[in-house]
Ligand binder design. Sequence first.
Ligand code: SAM
Length: 414
Amino acid sequence: MRARELAWDILWKVFAKNKFSNHLLAKTIELNASFTDQDKTLAYRIVYGTLKNKLYLEYIANQFIDNRKTNQKLQVILWMSIYQFRFLDRIPNYAIVNEAVNIGKKLNPKYAGFVNATLKKIFESKEDIFEIKLTDETKKLSIKYIFPLSLYLILRNEYNEEVARKVMEDNLTIPKIAFRVNTLKITQDELLTKYAGYNLTKSVVSPVGVIAEKPVINSEMFEEGLIFIQDEMSMRIAEVLDPQETDRVLDMCSAPGGKTTHLSQLMNNKGIIDACDISERKLNLIKTNAKRLGITNIYPHLLDARKITASVKYDKILCDAPCSGLGVIKRKPEIKYHSFTNEKLANLVEIQEQLLEKAYELLKPGGILVYSTCTFEVYENNLQIRNFLAKYNDLEIIATEQTFGYENNTDGFY
Ligand SMILES: C[S@@+](CC[C@H](N)C(=O)[O-])C[C@H]1O[C@@H](n2cnc3c(N)ncnc32)[C@H](O)[C@@H]1O
């Protein structure tokens, strides 16, 4: 499989089957051992570039096709070809067209002519096809910021125009490369000195956060378990729970272990952390991560946390609930395009409510519960907690906070 074919395959699965591009890219590249570094870079750039700009690319393509009558597989070929034409230097037009025609031909020999003719028409057009000429201001904003109209309206209704604009602008910025120092092995200052070549700076959001100017995945500091790659705002969650060395802690939805390994770090690798998750694949990542970081006080359980039947009660509980993920669209642009229906929202809200019920049952009197999500959707956040508190008069709220990604160029969290 060649780079563009691979990119098409991944984009198709993201758009048609709600899959996540990072998993698909990692898996497919692993399976294609013959891929050169150049192939990998091109595949990454086309996948992320097309995803990030999809609404704009679609707007351009729709000036040349009837999108209601054109098969979506063909539309994906057009979007990724327009992306290369508009945003990638040094790729000759004939190479873009040839590769696109080959992908079309493989899908259906009849597609080749359509792809060839449409792309030639687009590439030979005047520059003004790239201007957004819509008169409806809301639709124009949606394309300008590459932000689905439905999400813009949710933000506007649930917050206000200013917040909506800032979230939309932020969604186009490049996320920072952030990681957490594993203080079980090294201090933040020691790490900064040892790896000065990475131009590392201290985070202003978390005392163990660090920002790097270049990727740190598979670096020596990563392999040696000195760091955990994590968004800075996500680090705040374990810090807010503030677990102690003698605590018994429950992390209800813990995989792949970002917050649970941080909890362990804050507990000096002492006490007990019961870490549940329903995904076996992701739970295995906790084991791998804990091993790399030198952590031994986490006990992973493959379990639906709503069905925990433990007789023990916990000093501290973290409920980092499954959610709509709208706070992480800067890092995972596909979330914007996954359909966000009322039915899906209602289902998530119900699961979150059931998790909170279980947390209440398992919390010691005087214990502390942190409920967190990576979304700005109020039904999953403020309203969820308001309903929860209304049910029990022995619960007291210590603090609530909704953060948006635009405040510190982080992910958005509740
Ligand atoms: C937001 S992610 C957790 C991220 C994790 N806390 C971290 O910091 O790395 C939500 C997790 O909830 C898990 N999940 C969903 N429903 C669950 C349930 N009923 N019980 C336990 N885990 C669940 C998902 O598999 C997913 O890994």
